[in-house]
Design a protein around this ligand. Structure first.
Ligand code: AMP
Ligand code: ZN
Ligand code: ZN
Length: 407
């Protein structure tokens, strides 16, 4: 009797152990990973101009959106941080690549002290959402990842250094994904500063861009091949996207704002082509505004009058006057320096087609061979949160715009 009871209990124990370990292992084999690569300044149409077999592969095995619309201004820092937080720049505070904050002073993309000062960054980057919910994350360069936001940073992160070869970045990402389970990141974001730099140098329609786009596509191939070698490949969702497009500029289309309103009429000027922020000295607002209204090929708005569709104008870091060049025109203070305003640039109205960028994705969460309507960069946050089963913060991005691409 005693022995039978003992055997019975042993059997129950063994069964429940089997159930738990099965549950645990099924948990681990169904948990989804997200690997997101941003290739800076990849205009929406670049891949249609040359052979890009690896991006085509992602589109066939997964999803390609018609385009991804950047947030205004269509610059690198505001947009990478919009991708991370799901918020428009007005709401996350990185309102330009360079700006002045009334409390914190100057923020400049080249200035480590400001880039690494968490006080500049509002909202909640997706890696903060993940880490605070117990999910390990890693970033090989991403705007905001070099500073503690809400006191949190990715478990693994790197200080930006554009000289690190792209292949080294891929190797590190693949290494992270092979770490033991308790150290392995489930969300990896990483960044290449091309084809943006080349686009600035030679313009978006140059043969150099075509060559580079093919090369970058081959690196996407290297990444995919590396991911396929991992045991967890069938759990990995790969997103390849970018922050904005590029348009051709010319020194012949340059407007010197100080030729109409001397810079000493303002107490504060910041930003950069094609978007200038300016605070007129007291009592000068209306006269400056009226003068600039007459200048062709620029828009000038009092901060509160910026068109609602740009979602821009409430943040204290935005100037009292917002001056935006039209289309492919450039603006600045003083005579343009030699060699300036040639090649390519970006930052214009995000309704402008040339500012639009790419979105590709494949993996267990995504439909196969699915063409999707245009999305916005702010939609990436809710999309990733949904895929990873994270409780999202409240954001500007819309799940409705992206959920149709999910299985
Ligand atoms: P822009 O084209 O002016 O909007 O900015 C693009 C440049 O931003 C790239 O060429 C990079 O050199 C720079 N950049 C990108 N990410 C970072 C970062 N995390 N820290 C510093 N600079 C960065
Ligand atoms: Zn950029
Ligand atoms: Zn750029």
């Amino acid at each position: 009797m005693k022995i039978r009871t003992f055997l019975f209990l042993l059997l129950i124990g063994a069964m429940s152990f089997a159930c738990t370990s099965q549950k645990q292992s099924s948990l681990h084999t169904t948990e989804q990973y997200v690997v997101m690569l941003s290739m800076d300044g990849w205009r929406w149409d670049y891949a249609s101009r040359v052979e890009t077999p690896n991006l085509d592969y992602i589109a066939t095995m997964g999803v390609m959106a018609e385009y991804s619309k950047p947030a205004f201004p269509s610059k690198t820092f505001p947009n990478h941080y919009s991708m991370a937080t799901g918020l428009y720049p007005d709401n996350h505070g990185i309102v330009d690549n360079n700006f002045t904050c009334p409390e914190l002073g100057t923020y400049r993309l080249g200035d480590r002290a400001s880039v690494e000062n968490g006080a500049f960054y509002g909202g909640e980057p997706i890696w903060v959402t993940a880490e605070t919910q117990g999910v390990t994350t890693a970033s090989f360069f991403w705007v905001g990842s070099e500073a503690p936001v809400k006191g949190v940073q990715p478990t693994y992160w790197k200080q930006f250094d554009g000289r690190v070869p792209f292949t080294d970045r891929i190797d590190t990402v693949l290494h992270w994904l092979q770490l033991p389970l308790d150290q392995r990141p489930r969300l990896v974001t990483f960044y290449f500063q091309e084809p943006d730099s080349q686009g600035h140098a030679t313009g978006p329609d140059s043969p150099e861009i075509d060559q580079l786009v093919m090369h970058l596509d081959s690196l996407v191939g290297v990444l995919i091949a590396g991911l396929k070698d991992l045991d967890i490949y069938n759990q990995i969702n790969l997103i390849v996207t970018s922050d904005h497009g590029m348009t051709e500029v010319s020194p012949e289309r340059y407007i010197d704002i100080s030729a109409y309103t001397p810079r000493n009429w303002y107490t504060r000027t910041h930003g950069g082509n094609p978007l200038l922020h300016a605070d007129p000295i007291e009592g000068m607002m209306d006269s400056i505004y009226n003068i600039l209204q007459q200048v062709e090929n620029i828009y000038v708005w009092k901060k509160a009058e910026v068109p609602a569709r740009l979602n821009y104008g409430t943040n204290p870091r935005i100037g009292e006057l917002v001056i935006l060049a039209d289309s492919t025109w450039s603006v600045g203070w003083g005579r343009a320096r030699e060699g300036y305003n040639s090649g390519g640039a970006h930052g214009w109205d995000n309704a402008k087609k040339d500012m639009h960028t790419i979105f590709y994705a494949m993996g267990p969460a995504f439909k196969v061979n699915h063409r999707h309507q245009a999305i916005e960069v702010v939609d990436l946050y809710p999309l990733i949160a949904r895929i990873m089963g994270l409780r999202p913060a409240e954001v500007d991005g819309k799940m409705e715009r992206v959920e149709g691409m999910l299985r």
